[in-house]
Design a protein around this ligand. Structure first.
Ligand SMILES: *Cc1c(COP(=O)(O)O)cnc(C)c1O
Length: 385
């Protein structure tokens, strides 16, 4: 049986697989089973921050494997403590909880928000406000947080206690804050799965100000926008706002499964012994990979991400057949005259891997993609549009 047939027979049918079979990756280049080489503009959906087979990342991960691969949370471990310290130092946050995915990070933040609200305002303050068009994960609770009915329909009833308002609608937000007993506000600065739609800066600052006034924790979901993706370490840093919790995952581990919640000083001690946990949370190998990613994302690296993002956006904006380009840094959405899926298919034939978000092309290349390949990918995308 060939791989595709075996996959179809035995792997649960939840993914729409591409016809190519990845065999080897190096940097931003992927070789398939026929030997054809592609420029990867999807980055494992924003996971492979340093591309494939990065020497230093690989060395850091293998070194850790040779020491301690897994240790339970009955014990401290060095990469976990070091990663938490570095995350706090780079963000000014106070404490970190580690888990394995974005959905779990959001679950943890929702639990912390509810406990904090129960302690400070009363247990009727359990609602979490999120935005329409958002995406926060696929567990029953993070689906409830996700403001898109298409994800909900088949799985009702979802966890109670979520309200959704339209993005960029300050009046609707104000009204919800005035009438609903909230435990938290959870949002993405750029709705990724929703089509790479950035919030207006003025809306985001309005939310942050209102949340602060009413002592409602503001939780920024940086699962996709975090870890250098937008050209700052975390995307909230573009706006001069200070969240109470930041959730992240995807690119943090550079290809290993790790999620994290960063807590401000105010929220840092809300979760206490026994309140929450994760068997693999803080796994030494994943943390060693994430430490290497984080150390590489220094000022000049992030500046390069901004420069490459600016180039990519302006190259695509100038291209006929493209009606709108959105996003920040190397998180870019492209609205095309041709159906997006046709463009994806055409680009694949010409050696560039793309993906979609809603009816747009979404680009999340490795953050260290060389200029040469970035230019080539941009010109191929233009031609396909
Ligand atoms: C991908 C994503 C999630 C879910 O992350 P998983 O690791 O798949 O659970 C949550 N929020 C945002 C904004 C995402 O992009």
């Amino acid at each position: 049986m060939n791989i595709a047939a075996m996959d179809k027979s035995y792997v649960a049918n939840t993914y729409n697989r591409s016809p190519i079979l990845p065999k080897r990756g190096k940097g931003c280049l992927l070789t398939d089973h026929t030997g054809k080489v592609y420029i990867d503009m999807t980055g494992g959906i924003g996971v492979n921050s340093l591309g494939w087979g990065d020497r230093q990342w690989q060395a850091a991960v293998s070194r850790q494997m040779g020491k301690i691969g897994h240790v339970s949370n009955l014990y401290c471990n060095e990469p976990c403590a070091a990663l938490a310290a570095l995350l706090c130092r780079r963000t000014g946050m106070d404490k970190v909880f580690f888990c394995n995915s974005g959905a779990e990070a959001n679950e943890c933040a929702i639990k912390a928000a509810r406990k904090y609200a129960a302690e400070t305002k009363g247990s009727d303050h359990f609602y979490i406000l999120t935005l329409k068009g958002s995406f926060h994960g696929r567990t029953i609770t993070t689906l409830a947080a996700t403001g898109q009915d298409c994800f909900h329909r088949l799985f009702l009833p979802l966890t109670d206690g979520f309200v959704h308002v339209p993005a960029n609608d300050t009046a609707a937000l104000q009204q919800a804050v005035d009438t609903v007993p909230l435990a938290g506000i959870l949002l993405e600065t750029i709705q990724g799965e929703g089509g790479v739609l950035p919030l207006e800066g003025s809306f985001l600052r309005f939310v942050a100000r209102l949340a602060r006034e009413r002592k409602i924790p503001l939780i920024i979901d940086e699962v996709q926008t975090g870890n250098g993706r937008t050209g700052r370490l975390y995307s909230y840093m573009h706006y001069g706002i200070l969240p109470d919790m930041v959730t992240t995952a995807k690119g943090l581990g550079g290809g290993l499964p790790i999620g994290a919640v960063l807590f401000s000083r105010e929220l840092g001690n809300v979760l206490t012994i026994g309140d929450h946990g994760s068997t693999f949370g803080g796994n030494p190998i994943c943390c060693a990979g994430a430490l290497e990613v984080l150390r590489r994302l220094d000022i000049s690296f992030l500046q390069q991400v901004r420069a490459k993002g600016a180039y990519l956006q302006s190259a695509l904006e100038a291209s006929p057949g493209i009606t709108q380009v959105t996003g920040m840094g190397l998180m870019v959405g492209v609205e095309t005259e041709r159906p997006a899926l046709e463009v994806v298919e055409e680009a694949r034939k010409r050696g560039v891997l793309l993906m979609t978000a809603k009816d747009r092309i979404r680009l999340l290349p490795p953050l260290n993609i060389p200029w040469k390949y970035l230019r080539k990918a941009a010109s191929t995308i233009s031609q396909c549009c």
